[in-house]
Design a binder for this molecule. Structure first.
Ligand code: RP5
Length: 178
């Protein structure tokens, strides 16, 4: 499939998720789930940088005018998709390295994270953890200009901070580096 995108949440999408293959959709679906939790609109498309470079180019060039504010690209193997997108837009691009080859994502991790200076790709963890964190990072970026979303990001962090079981008598609020 080389069509740029199909809408995956209601409303005009603010986040564009791009994957290199249909085989990436399962893992990257977690990204959309987290964006939904924040109430962020998104779309997803399958468009390989080597199988459909014209579609990737058009998608990146039209991203701003289509209202997208963050791009998330998930790809495996020689994962050039995030870097190619980043070369064609100044929107922030988050890269998700995906496993699935005999190198289990180490190949895609290095391909995505080792962008030369000047054209950054914000690289997250390999696989599902990265897919979820890409959504959290996109939320934090969008929250810079969206006070309501900023509140939801803070609430989520506060909720995470409650998931601890402290030793009896331990007060985490006191003391500096010891
Ligand atoms: C990359 O190659 C894709 O992102 C995918 O992770 C990997 C394998 O693609 P398929 O052979 O499953 O289409 O381009």
């Amino acid at each position: 499939m080389s069509e740029p995108a199909h809408a995956a949440s209601g409303g005009s999408p603010r986040v564009g998720i791009v994957v290199g293959s249909e085989s990436d959709l399962g893992v990257m679906g977690r990204c959309g789930e987290v964006l939904d939790e924040y109430g962020i609109t998104w779309e997803i498309g399958v468009m390989s940088a080597h199988r459909a470079p014209q579609a990737v180019r058009a998608y990146a060039l039209q991203a701003v005018s289509r209202g997208l504010r963050v791009l998330i690209a998930g790809a495996g193997a020689a994962a050039h998709l995030p870097g190619v997108l980043a070369s064609l837009t100044t929107l922030p691009v988050i890269g998700v390295p995906l496993a699935g080859t005999p190198l289990q994502g180490f190949d895609s991790l290095l391909s995505i994270v080792q962008m030369p200076p000047g054209v950054p790709v914000a690289t997250v963890a390999v696989g599902e953890m990265g897919a979820r964190n890409a959504a959290h990072l996109a939320a934090e970026i969008l929250a810079l200009a969206d006070p309501g979303l900023a509140g939801r990001v803070r609430d989520r962090r506060a909720d995470l901070a409650t998931r601890v079981r402290l030793p009896e008598g331990f007060d985490p609020g006191s003391g500096g580096p010891g």
